[in-house]
Each structure stands twice: as structure tokens, then as C-alpha cells.
Design a protein around this ligand. Structure first.
Ligand code: HEM
Length: 444
């Protein structure tokens, strides 16, 4: 086997190396990597990249040695398009910004957020038409954006502006992932139809967010929503609030990070529930016992233990953020190997969370593997759907609440019957989603 400074190199095609494999069959490519080692290298066109396949090394990179790595390629692609919000920034700027944004996600605010999430879930899920096929990919993506925008702006966003944001986001995000996986930057410089659509979508998105921010500033927030918290935030050192530009970028950041991720996780959860009657049955029973036919409240969430295990297992098999990049900012060492400054490193929660070294029968959907008596430190260590360290998900608690609340709302009101003959295959883009998920909601 060829080695690069002692690191095994994955064999690839002449010239392009493994670029096509990574772009077209990322799940198969990434899952195969432990064969070569916990750290491997592969050629992607003219460049080389490293692939980190063990949770210990991911932890070292994201937590212990976090100051030796920047976000890397995916974020270089995003930054010029989506600005410098928390999801896109790095280094000292990111640390300062994160300190300002964190209070918006404090525990004391979660009760109010739970109410907002439940209201949106109730409004949307109770409006489903009984007996009529429903595409849950579309519906739950919209619900995810609806929740994120209502968490930001308590009286919602003008429906016309929201329609522009919803329309532009998928185009922007799909293009970002294509650009990240492309072996050269050549593709994005050609004025193809996709690139033109992307430029238009990015422009429309920023204009729409500017409109929302300006209108909301005029009216003033209610003090309980995320936008009010962003307006109230002060830099500890200078005492200054965020500039308009920073607020704009943080709004885009929350919509980017908080909309599609939750919509994606909910889609897979609904898929598993609709295809596994025994899971649906236990879920409905728990929801009936805990909620007694009423909407979930913040204080009921701790009792929805099976619902939470269903969510946990869904995020194991289909972590919405399935792959991330980092870039070494200095010469460093990882797993005993030298990593030169400037190197790109990929890691995939999707591959690690399906690795048989850490999870028995890793492809089975088994919510009970998360029972306290069955789960051990090795599984907890390998479980990373919300990332880790300085860039770990700032909205993690909100994310968990949202998934449990929406899933319990669906289970309270509906039985989901899969439409026969409609295949459900994951497509790996910015998030991993099926093209469609057709179900027939039957009232319970
Ligand atoms: C199922 C739901 C969610 C999943 C799976 C998820 C996953 C992630 C992951 C993996 C990261 C780390 C990215 C990295 O290491 O570079 C992240 C960061 C982030 N997430 Fe989430 N997220 C979810 C929901 C949310 C929600 C609901 C919000 C906000 C309302 C949010 C806001 C953010 C922000 C702002 C960051 C950037 C943090 C930073 O770099 O400091 N996320 N998320």
C-alpha cells in the first residue's frame, strides 16, 4: 500500500484520484476508509486530503487541538456567499461572536422557545389532510424553516419574504456542497445554468434577510425571541452591540444551521416510524400516556424518553451534517502522524456512527440501543451529530427540543402509512435526504 509520511493512501484513478468516488458515492467511500487506517490520505484531483475515521482523532482535531485547525474548504466556499455569521467564521472573530450569541441559547430561554416550536408544529401538523399522500421531505423542510424563523422573529416573517428565503436556500446549499467536493475551483467560474441560478438565489436570500431585519428593527422585538437576544448582545471587551452586517450574518447563520438540519432529521424519523409499526406503536403509547392528548410543554419533554431514543437513533443513522472539513493552520500531528500546514481533513459523523467497531448491527434502526443499561462510553464518544468543541452546535438543546416536540405532535395526531412502491434513497448533498418521502396520514 502506498503511504504518505506513513499515512496509508487510498488507491484512486489516474489524474482525478478519489474525487469521483467522494462526489458520487460518498457514503460507500467514507465507510470503506477504516480498512486503510484511522487516518488515511486520498488524492482529489490536483490536491491531497486526509480522512479521519476514528472518534479519538476527531476529538483531538475538534477539541484538544482545536486551535490548530480552521474550518477549511467547505467554509471557504460558504463565506463569500453567506457572510461571517457563527456558522461561517473562525478564530478570534468567531470566539468573540460566539460569546455574544451564546446567551440567546441559554437554558432560561428554552421554555419560551419550546412554546414557539409547539405552536408551529401544532399549526402545521394539524393541517395535514387525512388520507391524502403527503411529501414529508418538502413539508418537514418547510416546518424546519418555519420554526427557525419564528424562533428568530416572534411574530413570524412576512409570507412573501419567507417564500423567497425558502426558495433560495436549497439552491444555495446544494451549490455549496457541489463546490466543496469538486476537485478544482474551475467549475464554479463557468457561467453554467446552475451557477447562474446559484448567484440569483444568493442575492435574493440576502435581500430578503435585509428586508426582514429592517422591518423587525422598526417594530422592535418582544424580548423573548432570538432576534431580540442578538440585538441585546454586547461585546464583553468593548461593550458594543453587533453591527447591522453582523446581525444580518447571524440571522442567515441561524436559518442555515437551524432550518434544514431539523427538517432533515424529522424526515428520517418519520421514515423510520412509518416503516416500523412496532416503533410507531410504542411512540404513540408513550405520547398518549405523557401528554394525555394535549400539546407537549417544556416540562413534559423529560418524560418522553422513548421519543428521545427514536430521535437519538435517527441522528445516529442519518446525522444531517454528515460530513465536515477542517484545515490545518500550522504543521501539526494527528494520531502520531505529521500533518502539514494547509492540509484539508475530512471527517464524517455518518461513517463513524455506522462503524461496527463502535455500534453492533450498525445499520439496524434500534432506538433501545440507547437504553442506559445498553449504552456505554464507546458509543457516546462515537456519537457526534452536533459536532464537538469550539464550533459544536450552539443550538443543540433547541434542536433536541424541536425534534422531540414535532415528533410527539405527529405521533399524537397521525398514523403515517407509507405509500407503496415509493423508494426512499438517501441523496448526499449539504444534508442527507431522500428526494421524496411519500406517506398517507391517517387520523389516530
Ligand atoms: C438536528 C438539528 C441540528 C443538527 C444535527 C446540528 C448540527 C450541527 C453541527 C454538526 C455543527 C458543527 C459544525 C462544525 O463543526 O463546523 C453545528 C453548528 C451550529 N449549529 Fe447546529 N445543528 C442542529 C440544529 C441547530 C439549530 C436548531 C440551531 C439554531 C437555532 C443551530 C445553530 C448552529 C450554529 C449557529 C452553529 C455554528 C456554531 C459555531 O460554529 O460556533 N443548529 N450544528
Amino acid at each position: 500500500m502506498t503511504r504518505l509520511s506513513g499515512i496509508p493512501v487510498v488507491p484512486g484513478l489516474p489524474v482525478i484520484g478519489s474525487a469521483l468516488d467522494l462526489a458520487l458515492r460518498p457514503h460507500a467511500f467514507l465507510s470503506d476508509l477504516p480498512r486503510y487506517g484511522d487516518l488515511s490520505a486520498a488524492r482529489l484531483g490536483p490536491t491531497r486530503a486526509f480522512f479521519v475515521s476514528h472518534p479519538d482523532l476527531v476529538h483531538q482535531m475538534l477539541v484538544t487541538d482545536a486551535d490548530r485547525y480552521a474550518r477549511g474548504r467547505i467554509f471557504e466556499k460558504i463565506k463569500p456567499l453567506l457572510g461571517e455569521g457563527l456558522v461561517m467564521s473562525d478564530g478570534a472573530f468567531h470566539r468573540r461572536q460566539r460569546r455574544m450569541v451564546c446567551p440567546a441559547f441559554r437554558h432560561s430561554r428554552l421554555v419560551a422557545y419550546a412554546g414557539v416550536i409547539q405552536d408551529v408544529a401544532e399549526r402545521r401538523v394539524s393541517a395535514w389532510a387525512p388520507g391524502r399522500p403527503l411529501d414529508l421531505v418538502r413539508e418537514l423542510q418547510e416546518l424546519g424553516f418555519d420554526v427557525a424563523s419564528n424562533l428568530l422573529f416572534s411574530d413570524g416573517i412576512d409570507p412573501q419574504v419567507m417564500a423567497v428565503i425558502r426558495r433560495s436556500f436549497p439552491t444555495v446549499l446544494a451549490s455549496v456542497m457541489r463546490r466543496t467536493l469538486a476537485p478544482t475551483d474551475l467549475y464554479e467560474k463557468i457561467p453554467t445554468r446552475a451557477n447562474r441560478a446559484f448567484a440569483t438565489a444568493a442575492r435574493e436570500l440576502h435581500e430578503a434577510v435585509d428586508t426582514v431585519v429592517a422591518r423587525y428593527r422598526e417594530r422592535g422585538g418582544d424580548g423573548d425571541d432570538l432576534f431580540s437576544a442578538l440585538l441585546a448582545a454586547r461585546d464583553k471587551q468593548t461593550g458594543r452591540p453587533m453591527t447591522d452586517r453582523q446581525i444580518h450574518d447571524e440571522v442567515v447563520s441561524v436559518l442555515t444551521a437551524g432550518g434544514e438540519t431539523t427538517g432533515t432529521a424529522l424526515t428520517w424519523a418519520a421514515h423510520f416510524v412509518s416503516h416500523r409499526p412496532e416503533v410507531a406503536e410504542r411512540l404513540s403509547r408513550e405520547v398518549d400516556e405523557v401528554l394525555h392528548g394535549k400539546p407537549a410543554r417544556h416540562e413534559s419533554l423529560a418524560d418522553l424518553v422513548y421519543t428521545r431514543r427514536v430521535v437519538t437513533e435517527t441522528l445516529r443513522l442519518y446525522p444531517p451534517v454528515w460530513m465536515l472539513t477542517r484545515q490545518a493552520v500550522t504543521d501539526t500531528r494527528l494520531g502520531g502522524h505529521a500533518i502539514p500546514a494547509g492540509s484539508t481533513l475530512f471527517h464524517s459523523s455518518y461513517a463513524i456512527q455506522r462503524d461496527p467497531r463502535f455500534f453492533t448491527r450498525p445499520h439496524d434502526f434500534d432506538p433501545d440501543r440507547w437504553l442506559p443499561e445498553r449504552v456505554g462510553p464507546a458509543q457516546r464518544h462515537a456519537y457526534m451529530p452536533f459536532g464537538r468543541g469550539v464550533h459544536g452546535c450552539v443550538g443543540e438543546q433547541v434542536g433536541w427540543m424541536e425534534l422531540v416536540i414535532v415528533l410527539s405532535t405527529i405521533a399524537r395526531l397521525w398514523r403515517l402509512v407509507p405509500v407503496p412502491g415509493a423508494p426512499v434513497r438517501p441523496v448526499f448533498r449539504t444534508n442527507v435526504l431522500p428526494r421524496r418521502l411519500l406517506v398517507i396520514p391517517e387520523p389516530r
